[in-house]
Write a protein that binds this ligand. Structure first.
Ligand code: ZN
Length: 466
C-alpha cells in the first residue's frame, strides 16, 4: 500500500461511556458508529491529563505533560510553549512529504507546530435546537470547523498523502451550560426525557479520599456552581451533555461524507478520539478536574481504514501511543525516547497486548490551587497519589468498575498497594518525572467546609482575587 492518508477527528471532553459504540443506550451517534462499525475500538485508552491544554500538546508530541512543560490551562500558572527541541506530529509529517492541515480547537501551546495549514479559530451561526440546550462558542466553532474541513476535503487534490485534523470541541459546550444553570435554579424541561443517574452517582467514601479530591468543588468553578444541585438538576446535566454529543456526531457525519466522496477515500485511515472525558455525574462530579476517575481519564479511541482488522481491543493504551502509531503507519521514523509505542500490531492483527500500565498526570487548572497527582492504571487496578498529604487511592476496577470504594486502608490489599506504589516510583525514575519534588498549594479557605461537594458554598478559588 502506498502511504495512507490520515484523518484525525477529535472531540473535547467526550467520555468513552457516552457513546453507543461503548455500550451507552441513551444516545444515538450514527456517524461516530460509522467509524466504530467498520473499525477498531480500543476499550481502555487513557489521556495523559484530564485537562485540555496539558492533554493536547501531549497528544501532538507523544510526551507526558511533565516533558512538554504544559501543566495548566494558564492564567495564574502561565506555561511556556513546547520546546522547539521536541518534534511534533505536524513537523514529522510535513517533513516526510505529507500535506498537513489542522482545523478547529488549538489550545496546544505549540503542539500543533509544523502543520502547513492551521486554520484560525472562528465561529459560524448555529440555531439552538431547544431552549434547554443553549449553544455557545464551542458549538459555533464546531460548525465553522466542519464547514472548512469539508471545503478542504472537496478542494484538495488527491495527488499527495495528507494528514488532516478536524479538532471539534463538543461536548465541551456543557461547561457553558453549567454557567447558565449554576446554583439553585428551575430547569427547562428538555425533549426526550431525562437520563438516569449512574450507579456511581453517590460520593460514598469521599472522606477516605485525598484532600484535593475531597475539595474539588473549591478548586473548580464549574463544581462550585453545581454544588447545590439536586438529583434532577444532575439528570438535566446529563441530558444536555448527550445533546452536545449529538451535535458533535452531526458534524462528524458531514466530515465523513466529504471524505467518502473523495477518490482517495479507500486509502484513508480515520482516527477518532477525545482529549479527555467528562465525569457525567459519577461521584456527583461534573466536567473534569483533579481526580482520575474512569469517566475523565478513559477516552474513546476508534480507528478505521485499509489494513486494519476490525474489532475491539482490551489492551491498555495511552494518548502517548498515537504519535508513534501514526509514524509507523506512514513509514516515518519516530523520535527517540518516547514512552508510547506503535499500536500497529494491535490495529492490523488484533494482537492484544500492550503496556502493563498507563499513567495520567494532574497539576493545576489555573494555578489558584495546585495539586500535583499521578495515576497508574494497571491491568486490574487503579492507583493514584497526590503530593498534598501523600493522599492515595486504590480501586479494583474488576470488582468495582465505578470506583466506589478505595482500598488504600483495606488489609486485604496492602500487597497490591505496595506493588502499585513501586510501579509509580519506577515510572517516575524511568521518565525523569519530578513528581515527588513538586509542591502543592491550597489556601486553608479551600479546605474548610465539611466533607462533601453539596456542603460547598460560595465561589471557588479561581473566582476570588488572591
Ligand atoms: Zn468546596
Amino acid at each position: 500500500m502506498s502511504r495512507p492518508n490520515i484523518l484525525i477527528v477529535m472531540a473535547d471532553q467526550l467520555a468513552w461511556k457516552a457513546l453507543p459504540a461503548y455500550g451507552d443506550s441513551f444516545l444515538a451517534t450514527p456517524h461516530i458508529d460509522r467509524i466504530a462499525n467498520r473499525g477498531v475500538r480500543f476499550d481502555r485508552c487513557y489521556t495523559s491529563c484530564p485537562l485540555c491544554q496539558p492533554a493536547r500538546p501531549s497528544l501532538w508530541t507523544g510526551r507526558f505533560p511533565h516533558e512538554t512543560g504544559v501543566l495548566s490551562n494558564g492564567r495564574n500558572f502561565p506555561v511556556e510553549p513546547v520546546s522547539a527541541a521536541i518534534p511534533t506530529l505536524g513537523e514529522l509529517f510535513t517533513a516526510a512529504g505529507y500535506r498537513t492541515a489542522h482545523f478547529g480547537k488549538q489550545h496546544d501551546m505549540g503542539g500543533l507546530r509544523g502543520f502547513a495549514h492551521i486554520e484560525p479559530q472562528k465561529e459560524a451561526e448555529v440555531e439552538p435546537e431547544h431552549p434547554a440546550w443553549p449553544v455557545h462558542y464551542d458549538t459555533r466553532r464546531d460548525r465553522y470547523t466542519r464547514l472548512r474541513t469539508v471545503e478542504w476535503l472537496r478542494e484538495t487534490p488527491a495527488d499527495q498523502p495528507f494528514l488532516l485534523v478536524a479538532d471539534l470541541q463538543n461536548p465541551h459546550d456543557i461547561c457553558s451550560w453549567i454557567g447558565v444553570n449554576q446554583g439553585e435554579h428551575t430547569d427547562i424541561a428538555p425533549p426526550g426525557g431525562l437520563p438516569p443517574l449512574p450507579a456511581n452517582f453517590a460520593t460514598g467514601d469521599l472522606a477516605q479520599r485525598p484532600l484535593p479530591v475531597q475539595y474539588i468543588c473549591c478548586s473548580h468553578n464549574r463544581m462550585s456552581q453545581a454544588a447545590v444541585w439536586n438529583e434532577e438538576n444532575y439528570r438535566h446535566y446529563l441530558a444536555a451533555y448527550y445533546h452536545y454529543c449529538r451535535r458533535l456526531d452531526g458534524e462528524v457525519g458531514h466530515i465523513l461524507d466529504a471524505l467518502e466522496a473523495r477518490a482517495d477515500a479507500a486509502g484513508t485511515l480515520v482516527f477518532f478520539l477525545s482529549d479527555h472525558g467528562d465525569n457525567m455525574t459519577s461521584h456527583r462530579l461534573v466536567t473534569k478536574q483533579v481526580s482520575f476517575y474512569e469517566e475523565t481519564t478513559r477516552v474513546p479511541f476508534l480507528a478505521a481504514g485499509p489494513g486494519l482488522e476490525p474489532g475491539s481491543r482490551s489492551a491498555l493504551v495511552s494518548h502517548l501511543d498515537l504519535l508513534p502509531t501514526l509514524c509507523d503507519l506512514a513509514g516515518i521514523e519516530p523520535p527517540a525516547g518516547l514512552w508510547g509505542q506503535s499500536l500497529r500490531p494491535l490495529l492490523e492483527h488484533g494482537k492484544d497486548e500492550s503496556h502493563p500500565y498507563v499513567v495520567s498526570e494532574w497539576h493545576t487548572e489555573w494555578g489558584f490551587t495546585i495539586s500535583p497527582g499521578r495515576m497508574v492504571r494497571s491491568e486490574r487496578y487503579k492507583y493514584t497519589r497526590y503530593i498534598e498529604d501523600g493522599g492515595e487511592e486504590l480501586y479494583d476496577l474488576q470488582a468495582d468498575p465505578g470506583e466506589t470504594r478505595t482500598l488504600v486502608r483495606d488489609p486485604g490489599h496492602q500487597e497490591i498497594l505496595a506493588e502499585h506504589r513501586a510501579i509509580l516510583d519506577r515510572h517516575l525514575q524511568e521518565t525523569a518525572d519530578p513528581f515527588i519534588s513538586l509542591t502543592w498549594k491550597a489556601d486553608s479557605r479551600w479546605r474548610s467546609h465539611p466533607v462533601g461537594y453539596p456542603n460547598h458554598r460560595g465561589p471557588a478559588a479561581p473566582m476570588v482575587e488572591e
